[in-house]
Design a protein around this ligand. Sequence first.
Ligand SMILES: Nc1ncnc2c1ncn2[C@@H]1O[C@H](COP(=O)(O)OP(=O)(O)OP(=O)(O)O)[C@@H](O)[C@H]1O
Length: 932
Amino acid sequence: MLYALKLSNNAKVYSGVVHFKPKVRDFCQDQWQGPRGKGRGQKQQGASSSCPVQNGGKVNGVGQKNGACVSGVCVSPSSDPAQTSHTPRRDWRLANNILRKFKSDRAELISDRGGVRITSDHPVVDGLIKFSLESETEVYVVRLFLENSSPSPLFFTYYSALHRMTCFNLQDKQKVTRNNPLQLGPGDQYEVQLQFKSSLLGFYPATLVFEFKTSISSSSSSSSSSPAFHLLRFIEAQYVTGLARELAPTAPYRPRAIISVTHTHLVTHTLNRSTFTRPQVYNMGAVKVSFFLSPSPSSPRSILESGLSRENYSKRFQLLLYLEELQMEVDIKRYNKPNTPMVRDKTNKKLLVLEVPGVSESRPSVLRGDAILVTRSGDSNKGGVVKYRGYVHRVELDSVKLGFNSRFLSSFVDGLKFDVEFTVNRLTTRLQQRATELADRHNLGNVLFPSGDPTIQPPKKQPLLALEQNPEQYTAVQNIVAGSSRPAPYLVFGPPGTGKTVTVVEAIKQVLKTQSHAHILACAPSNSAADLLALKLLEHLEHRKLFRMYAASRNPEDVPNDIRDCFVFPCKEELMKYSIMVTTLITAGRLVTGGVPPGHFSHVFVDEAGHAVETETIISLAGLLQPETGQVVLAGDPKQLGPILRSPLALKHGMGVSLLERLMKDVSLYQKEEENGVFNNCYVTKLLRNYRSHPSILKVPNELFYEEELQVFANEMIRNSYCTWEYLPQKNFPVVFHGVAGRDEREASSPSFFNVAEIEVLMDYLKKLLQGQGKRGLATISPKDIGIIAPYRKQVEKIRKALKTLEKVGSVEEFQGQERRVILVSTVRSSAKYVQTDQYFSLGFVKNEKRFNVAVTRAKALLIVVGNPLVLRGDPTWGRFLQFCSQAGGKTGFDSSQAEGEEEVVERLAALLETEESEVQQQIEPEWRNEQ
Ligand SMILES: Nc1ncnc2c1ncn2[C@@H]1O[C@H](COP(=O)(O)OP(=O)(O)OP(=O)(O)O)[C@@H](O)[C@H]1O
């Protein structure tokens, strides 16, 4: 595009800077929307349509046997032919058409018509009756009155609940069925009762259908009856505790509008940067421009389409990072707020407070040190507008505190309104872009595309006492200490809990013991994983030898106590005295910026390397590692969470593959040798002994992801410590699947989901865990031995709100690499309609096996999963998990046999509407034949 603008005289380039003609506007397209016909819309449509709906049976299939309308058992599943398992699958197109018809005809289906009026003793809004109860013994009754408001008689022929749930019961005095229809004279009213009773907390929706005819024949021929017509009413019943009211949505969900972002070329006043000193970062502008202006053959398209190579390494990654940044920019601009007041902070008058609802759940993602632009409201449309830049000093629950310069502050009065623009902190992308450039400059080719020497001999055995019991870990440490793979990275990979982190820690310990001049950089992609690494290292090393370096954006309150003491960033000389430095991969870039010379670090270790984008990993190497002498060690599991990206284009072109995974896939050194089928331990070690979990916890992931190679080595006393817990559905099987018919809700403008019914069930388990501790031979447990994992930030936030104790609650990302004695998982998803969206955007647990794998492999002794079996059973991974729990007796709570999913309801409705259509057809067919 820039090339075209240049040719058409709309842009000029002077010393690497592009100057546009004023009319040129730069427009950022949301990459998820994509070009016509591609992207989200089409994919979702295609995806949902690929989910066939089961056939509801032939024309007269529903109700003919009248099984649905016997008093007291009117919702018995077995009485309906549509329930039978041998029904053929419906053509999805037909099912979709019917569903569409249902949606478009909803207003008609709930409206009183054909002379029938349906009223209730409860308020009915848009055909919906809602109620809730807070006791499991109470029976809740809703009365519905069917009235013939026409001047002629009518026949009430059939009624049913389309959701077949055992908690609902429909009754009427005359026991109306199609074989026993009831005549309603003009003005007659007839009562049908819906009863609801549930012993299980949850949300139970139902659709009631009532069928009428204007005339019926006494003969069996349906052609002499009038066609049937149907009226619907929707029911939403809940059984909740008081907690549900506390956690209920704060405001109805109103999605943020998806806006296009136009960058106007305005003057930006950079004001006081306050106390934040950022590292000087690499300016990519010139490189980007010259790169985009260069004509083929190295055009962006051909670079993207050719695979990754030594030659295009830097250019390809810069392009992908650029795409990623564009998408980040589009995403954050959605949170821009017009006409928003700011007030002075009460405690520090130099700061202004801006309300940003959702900021605590990173919507938008704003960190300490980020910039936010503000324009006086009303000025935006004027010429020569000035934008003021404030820096974030503190992020609170729903607001941020901003620092501006004194000139701005002197003219500020409380309540003054501004148009607020959020900006992407480009530091992380720039550091990655710089790293790819440095990788070229510092000749990391042999590290990133290693060829190695496959005939290399393993090192002589050194006395290493710590891990002798485990031959794989032992071998890995020996090879790392000997540097046998150099310059190729050494890979330590394996399933969860097999001791990858322990191997890294032991290797570091041994390197420091045997090589007095060694300097080690130990990194991980996330703060929580880097903290864990630092804490484990401190179990073996003196604190004065280790420096845990944090980003300026890290809130000290989030740092574990034992490593909170080193928040000051010393000078380079001081830093270089430490034997070991622990940072996140991104923060390792500060070492390059700070001038730590290449070769200072003799070893770079990256734990959880499968979770990092390749360019993030490169930050810890490029400019720091001397390829000939330095040793790189990557530890991780490509079957656990991979890199997280926003741009679908970057994902499509391979940026979702970590360096660890790429090396394992593409480089033969890291693959099993053909002749003997084993790995060359000079370059790679696969760990298979699991030291974490009870075998029942491992069973499904082991079978689905690790070809049953995992071996159980966990400490027997710990792994069995919950086998006799009184609340286990099955003794000696410490895995519980607790079914909950919940509802996935959203609130205000947050797109994140939560499920209150699941939180209520989680709280009940927590109470049981903490109250029952120490009893009947159970070990004592403290809240810190318990972890709660949920896939959506809103659910994490709501659980934290509900908790009185200090269990760790977090997303799967936060739990990767962690373990707890007891893990509770809330799957949240309760509506099948969102499942495809989750899959497309890699959200949630359903349709995301890597997330599933991480979540269920964190527990040592007890795993409790709370979720909706109706939704989960549709996913092969969860389906297998449910089946396993069911077979072993670990399933409890709401059961899929007690109700049906949305598919079945659509199917049943479709069958009814087909009946209606076919009867109309039968009525008109003879006339039509005569006309022929
Ligand atoms: N050789 C060993 N002997 C005894 N326990 C061990 C050994 N190696 C690891 N462990 C224990 O196993 C558990 C899991 O170890 P670690 O966290 O290192 O595994 P991991 O492979 O990094 O797990 P994840 O894939 O979940 O990050 C820890 O409790 C650790 O102390």
